[in-house]
Design a protein around this ligand. Structure first.
Ligand SMILES: NC(=O)C1=CN([C@@H]2O[C@H](COP(=O)(O)OP(=O)(O)OC[C@H]3O[C@@H](n4cnc5c(N)ncnc54)[C@H](OP(=O)(O)O)[C@@H]3O)[C@@H](O)[C@H]2O)C=CC1
Ligand SMILES: [Mg+2]
Length: 431
């Protein structure tokens, strides 16, 4: 039975004594609206991001609505920019001008987001649950965020969130809610699904915040069927360049029973600059919908096999983030829980017995009715890594009667955030 956490660590942005995090208290905590009369400066950083990616944007804007050849070209372009050739040449993953981009101040970007969102209701406060205060670590933790951010084209054109007003989905504001959430928790590693604004929003902005990003679009993204789409959706993986060095990267098109599928994953081996320790981080988004359980299971087996190879038979610690589109009762969950990679699901640690997944990670209302499911997970090598804390989920009351997305939460999936450290008591190789 899932219960509320016992020990709450109220510091939304608080980190270990390292003092690495110096972000201001974010808008998430504000319970009263900001003063009304102050003039609002034009959003300089947000506008610059869109302008900087004009080429990619105009490419996608010329796309004919129904996923024609131009859409495929966009998809091919995206794939080229994050191609598997990068496995051998990691430097190719950095877009050519990334190092020359002017860094931006996260406080300034947060202020711009708040200004854009000034008519929106206050955002929810979520607390980190302190899970292992007794576990010593000589290095700052690694903060990982898993989030299906909801593709703009799907949210507006396919998902049928019948209780969500269309104004709540306006991209110019919804993107600020997404950015605000990322800035609030400031993850070292960000694993996203349903990203259909990589080139015009996330890559330029997160790049200037110090992240290195990789995008792998779905081969036949359903976004391309939506009128005025912004290109295909896919998985994106970002990590802070001042904390990690990229060792290896693989873009994986998942197979099911030897057939290539429409689902993808990105797996990267990173080296921590502080400790010189290596680990693998992967992000995926498995096939959605009921009736596809065996297909998801096969995709999961393929991903596990790929990760076996990438981690040299579990010799490298592993973190796998994903929207698995599968409840814990499904076969694919069981494959992950019992694999020889020795993985455990981090969010189980929030339950009273440490054995139960949260009651939901996504909650929406479609024409078919209410959909409340646990589908999103952060798996980790349970002997090599420790979960120091995890971000609590929203309560039913906070989510509200119309569920998600809403005016104060941008996606139908909740973000999951964990702080990991290496288990320094564990001998290398026993993962
Ligand atoms: N032209 C071609 O030859 C081909 C085209 N396609 C295109 O790909 C699409 C299927 O892609 P695929 O990746 O398998 O899609 P999925 O079934 O995996 O779903 C795609 C998205 O739909 C969302 N979704 C889940 N349930 C529902 C629902 N009940 N109503 C609306 N949206 C939902 C999912 O969100 P979440 O994960 O959050 O639940 C997911 O992001 C087709 O619609 C087609 O357009 C596919 C193959 C070939
Ligand atoms: Mg979705």
């Amino acid at each position: 039975m899932y219960q509320s956490p016992r020990r709450l660590c109220s510091a939304l942005l608080q980190r270990d004594a390292s003092g690495l995090r110096r972000l201001p208290t974010p808008g998430l905590r504000r319970q009263s609206p900001p003063p009304a009369a102050a003039p609002r400066p034009a959003p300089r950083l947000l506008a610059a991001a869109s302008a900087a990616s004009g080429a990619a944007r105009s490419c996608s804007r010329t796309v004919c609505p129904m996923g024609n050849g131009t859409s495929r070209l966009y998809s091919a372009l995206a794939k080229t920019l994050s191609s598997s050739a990068a496995s051998q040449h990691p430097e190719y993953l950095v877009s050519p001008d990334a190092e020359h981009l002017e860094p931006i101040d996260p406080k300034e970007l947060l202020e711009e987001c708040r200004a854009v969102l000034h008519t929106r209701p206050p955002r929810f406060q979520r607390d980190f649950v302190d899970l292992r205060t007794d576990c010593p670590s000589s290095h700052p933790p690694i903060r990982v965020m898993q989030w299906n951010i909801l593709a703009q084209a799907l949210g507006e054109g396919k998902d049928n969130f019948v209780q969500c007003p269309v104004e709540a989905l306006k991209w110019e504001e919804r993107k600020c809610l997404i950015l605000e959430e990322i800035l609030a928790y400031h993850p070292d590693i960000l694993c996203l699904q349903e990203v259909d604004h990589y080139f015009d929003t996330f890559q330029p902005l997160l790049g200037r915040l110090g992240y290195q990003g990789t995008f792998f679009p779905k081969p036949w993204s359903p976004c391309l069927d939506v009128e005025h789409n912004n290109g295909p959706d896919g998985c994106a993986l970002f990590f802070l360049q001042n904390r990690f060095k990229l060792v290896n990267s693989a873009n994986i098109r998942l197979t099911a029973m030897t057939l290539k599928t429409n689902q993808v994953a990105i797996a990267q081996t990173l080296e921590c600059k502080e400790s010189s320790r290596q680990f693998c981080i992967a992000v995926t988004h498995l096939k959605a919908r009921p009736g596809w359980e065996r297909f998801r299971s096969a995709q999961g087996c393929d991903l596990l096999q790929n990760l076996q190879n990438i981690t040299h038979g579990a010799k490298v610690p592993l973190i796998v983030c994903g929207d698995f589109n599968a409840e814990p009762t499904e076969e694919v969950y069981k494959h992950f829980a019992s694999s020889s990679l020795n993985l455990s699901s981090a969010y189980k640690l929030l339950s009273a017995d440490g054995q139960s997944e949260p009651p939901y990670t996504t909650w929406k209302i479609r024409t078919s009715g209410e959909c409340r499911h646990t589908l999103d997970y952060i798996w980790y090598s349970q002997h090599a890594l420790r979960v120091r804390s995890a971000l609590d989920l929203l309560t039913e009351e906070q989510i509200g009667p119309n569920r998600l997305p809403s005016f104060n939460y941008p996606s139908d999936h909740l973000s999951l955030v964990c702080d990991f450290s290496f288990n320094e008591e564990e001998p290398d190789g026993l993962l």
